[in-house]
Design a protein around this ligand. Structure first.
Ligand code: HEC
Ligand code: HEC
Length: 408
């Protein structure tokens, strides 16, 4: 009898074991997420003035902000594409429609993939663009404005740039050719022209004047940029996700999400770079994604951070992208070369998997060797991931989507 009881007891422990092990795995993931900086979304909400945000929405959606009056911020930062545009490369001035339609139109094509706007300008979010060309991580704002920097708020500085970029919000034509000198004076003239148009548009100018407590005639591009920044801070603030509810509430994850999470913070090394409350260390790293399109430096080359620092160590390095809602912002990478998440993850660990090097010229191959040499210094270099691991990671990334019901 005694031995039967012992057997039953052992059996009970055996049956319970998987459940216990599962809970330990959950505890490990919860702790890893906390150790790597996950915070409730609300703690990262920036301050902004609601009146300015209301005016900012009008500006964000106005084509008056493009010199050629044919593109607004909204054309490339759309709700249906997770605040990006669903295209490999941004399609600006002259473009018509959204998604694939826009690719068929005579739009100016940019050299980079549109970034999403979630969390931008939130608490501690102070490095902007793929190459960090607006960077306040040192306490003061570094940008191409140099000492003429228009604001100490990096998001306000960032909102000065789209309107002076060729192909983005300035169409290429004989009349705009003089702006190519690309200096601070030329930028100031564009900004002045736009401010003049807004002053002459009561539907926008009146609400701005009220929000800033100024006369309409006193409005400048600085207030335009400040209003847009307030709108971005309000509209695109972080929301809680399934991962938040798992870490801070009692939400359960599926087995696959859990496995992916443990890989993300463990063997996959993802959190070496995708860390902190926005899943970015705001540092610059080289992941040898294939390059799509003409490239920022031309002829299919984009030197990334190097363009800004001229430090050879920064060649091919890009700011670690934040990962909230990443499931909604395909295609991926700075040039949008990867159509799906699995491919984007694979490029981190096995960059040659999809590149047929025999089809490339010796120069193009030399370019790849250089990228790989730079990548070999990164933590993802020595990581091996099989197909199943990659699917688990994709499942984990889906827990970073904002809760659709959570109207916060
Ligand atoms: C033609 C498409 C297009 C238009 C129009 C456009 N953007 Fe963007 N936006 C992009 C692309 C592409 C990037 C990434 C560029 C880069 O990093 O080099 C980007 C990046 C950004 C970023 C940086 C996000 C980050 O993660 O650092 C902000 C902020 C932004 N845009 C705001 C705006 C505002 C405000 C406007 C209107 C004044 C605007 N954009 C108009 C395509 C566009
Ligand atoms: C060495 C730092 C580093 C590590 C480690 C790392 N990443 Fe990245 N990740 C980056 C950088 C930098 C980019 C953008 C590179 C580019 O576009 O050229 C990126 C891009 C991405 C993208 C595409 C995002 C977008 O908006 O285009 C995803 C998804 C991603 N990483 C997920 C992961 C996962 C999952 C892991 C772990 C297997 C991982 N990363 C490990 C730095 C890193």
């Amino acid at each position: 009898m005694k031995s039967v009881i012992r057997l039953l007891f052992a059996l009970a422990i055996f049956c319970a074991a998987p459940a216990v092990a599962e809970t330990m795995r959950e505890a490990v993931l919860r702790q890893a997420a906390l150790d790597n900086g996950l915070r409730p979304a609300e703690e990262l909400w920036p301050e902004f003035e609601p009146d300015k945000a209301v005016a900012g929405k009008l500006l964000f959606e106005s084509e008056l902000l493009s010199l050629t009056r044919n593109v607004s911020c909204r054309n490339c930062h759309l709700d249906e594409f997770g605040s990006a545009d669903g295209l490999p490369l941004g399609h600006g001035a002259g473009g018509v429609g959204t998604g694939i339609e826009r690719m068929k139109s005579p739009a100016g094509v940019l050299s980079r993939n549109a970034l999403a706007l979630w969390g931008r300008g939130g608490v501690g979010f102070d490095v902007f663009f793929w190459d960090g060309r607006v960077d306040a991580s040192s306490g003061s704002v570094l940008s191409q404005f140099g000492a003429m920097v228009p604001s100490s708020d990096p998001l306000v500085v960032a909102a000065h740039l789209p309107t002076v970029e060729f192909r983005e919000m300035i169409g290429e034509s004989d009349e705009t050719e003089w702006l190519r000198q690309g200096n601070v004076t030329a930028a100031a003239q564009v900004h002045q022209e736009i401010a003049g148009r807004i002053i002459a548009t009561p539907e926008i100018a009146d609400s701005m004047a009220e929000a800033f407590d100024l006369d309409v005639a006193e409005l400048t591009y600085l207030q335009i940029a400040e209003a847009i920044a307030a709108f971005i801070r309000s509209e695109f603030r972080l929301r809680d996700t399934k991962l938040h509810r798992f870490v801070f509430g009692g939400q359960e994850l599926t087995g696959q999400e859990l496995a992916g999470g443990l890989l993300f913070y463990g063997r996959g090394q993802c959190s070496s770079c995708h860390s902190g409350p926005y899943f970015s260390d705001f540092g610059f790293h080289a992941i040898p994604f294939a390059q799509f399109g003409f490239g920022f430096n031309g002829f299919g080359i984009d030197y990334g951070r190097y363009n800004f620092t001229q430090d050879p160590q920064d060649r091919y390095a890009f700011r670690t992208p934040p990962l909230f809602n990443v499931t909604k912002t395909a295609p991926f990478s700075h040039s949008g070369v990867e159509p799906d998440l699995a491919g984007a993850i694979r490029a981190h660990v096995d960059p040659l998997a999809k590149i047929d090097t025999s089809k490339l010229s010796p120069l193009e191959r030399a370019e790849i060797y250089q990228k790989i040499a730079r990548w070999s210094q990164e933590p993802s270099y020595a990581v091996e991931l099989n197909e199943r691991d990659i699917l688990d990671l994709v499942a984990f990334l889906s827990t970073l989507e904002f809760d659709p019901e959570a109207e916060q």
